[in-house]
Design a protein around this ligand. Structure first.
Ligand code: CO8
Length: 373
């Protein structure tokens, strides 16, 4: 069977943080921290925190704002992280709640009833608990059949999830799957570190993948998928269930939030992604001229400009490689899917496009699709 994306949905939180708001909060926090540590700074024992700036953020990343579930805590210099209400075990969790909205939009777009879905894959960078799987909670809340499971490949979770779902459809084991990506990056980001405090935002995306012969409206045939990983410590997080087994686990340790060596990531991931896409296209017999659109991972504008140029062999025309990171920032696995959901409807039957994610792991995932119906 041929798999196809027949629906997509995006849940966007209602709260926005502009760069100026973010920088004002960070600079107030840094000034406070420097005052609290004035003696040690004067003695040369520790370095003073340097201020952030909106100009740097836009120039280095292309990000202008980000959506978050809670801005009150993030913008409070005494807190510097979101406040999210703890849910009782009998209420929907935070991730499942975001997922419901995105999944329902994807189902509505495809005109499919939840009960006709055979699998839910909750593919995200962070899961709010280990078990029961968030995907099984989503299955229960939506009323889908079959089974659900969680998976994590950081920024590439969505494309790896699409490959898993597409392969299950190809083999005939399922007819339909929801691949859903609730990303609460704000709870994982270190808002007190000026090198990365601007990078992430919150969102949830979902795609419905069906056997193409069951599609009732316009859809995107999944022609081929490719996933690759290569171990790197340049994007890393050391939180996890072993935390209390380590001495000093109660400390507020920097490595329990997102850490990266952004320059190295930039230099190492670009060639990895360029080669990955070139090899995938060659093996799938797809030429640059065949691609009408690139929906790339949304981490950095300069990175995307470089990859777009490498893939197409020229500077992409306006609209050929849509970016959403200026509005959403990096939303990890959801970024390329937001771009796909918002900028795909105008494609004509026969038009081809490429979804590509890349990030921690390192991981790279690419999906070649063709408009049909
Ligand atoms: N304001 C002002 N100046 C700053 C700031 C700031 N906020 N931050 C840094 N500077 C300064 C630095 O100190 C440095 O000064 P100096 O030259 O004196 O040392 C100078 O500006 C330049 O700094 P950088 O070299 O760090 O700046 P870059 O131009 O390299 O830009 C970026 C930094 C934007 C981070 C860039 O390197 C980048 O985008 N790299 C790629 C990052 C990437 O793609 N990462 C993928 C991460 S996402 C992922 O994999 C998912 C992980 C799991 C999800 C996590 C959810 C939270």
């Amino acid at each position: 069977y041929q798999p196809a994306i027949t629906g997509s949905g995006v849940f966007t939180p209602s709260q926005v943080i502009t760069n100026d708001e973010l920088v004002a909060a960070f600079n107030a926090y840094a000034a406070r921290w420097n005052a609290d540590h004035a003696e040690a700074i004067a003695a040369g024992e520790i370095e003073a925190k340097q201020p952030s700036s909106s100009e740097f953020i836009v120039a280095a990343s292309g990000i202008e704002q980000r959506y978050v579930l809670d801005k009150s805590g993030v913008l409070d210099p005494e807190v510097m992280h979101p406040w999210l209400r703890e849910r009782g075990d009998d209420e929907p969790g935070q991730m499942a709640e975001m997922a419901l909205s995105a999944c329902r939009d994807a189902l509505d777009m495809a005109g499919v009833d939840a009960a006709e879905v055979d699998a839910v894959i909750c593919a995200a960078s962070n899961h709010e608990r280990a078990y029961p799987a968030i995907a099984i909670e989503i299955q229960d809340l939506l009323g889908t059949g079959g089974f659900g499971f969680d998976m994590n490949v950081a920024c590439s979770s969505a494309t790896f999830g699409i490959q898993a779902a597409a392969d299950m459809i190809r083999s005939g084991s399922i007819r339909r799957a929801l691949v859903v990506n609730p990303e609460i990056c704000s709870a994982h980001l270190e808002w007190r570190d000026r090198d990365c405090h601007f990078i992430f935002g919150d969102v949830c995306t979902a795609v419905l993948i069906e056997r193409a012969d069951l599609a009732t409206g316009p859809h995107f045939i999944i022609q081929s998928t490719r996933c690759a990983t290569q171990f790197s410590n340049n994007i890393r997080n050391n939180d996890g269930f072993l935390r209390r087994t380590r001495k000093g686990h109660m400390e507020d340790r920097r490595d329990m939030q997102f850490m990266q060596n952004g320059r190295k990531v930039f230099k190492e991931v670009l060639p990895l992604v360029a080669h990955h896409i070139a090899d995938h296209m060659a093996d799938a017999d797809v030429r640059a001229d065949d691609l009408k659109r690139l929906w790339l991972h949304q981490a950095n504008k300069t990175m995307n400009d470089y990859i777009g140029k490498k893939v197409l062999g020229r500077t992409p025309e306006p609209g050929e490689q849509p970016n959403i990171l200026q509005d959403y920032a990096n939303t990890s696995s959801a970024g390329s899917i937001i771009a796909f959901a918002k900028y795909s409807e105008d494609l004509k039957p026969g038009d081809m496009g490429l979804i590509c994610s890349f990030g921690a792991g390192y991981s790279v995932g690419s999906v070649i699709v063709e408009r049909a119906g």
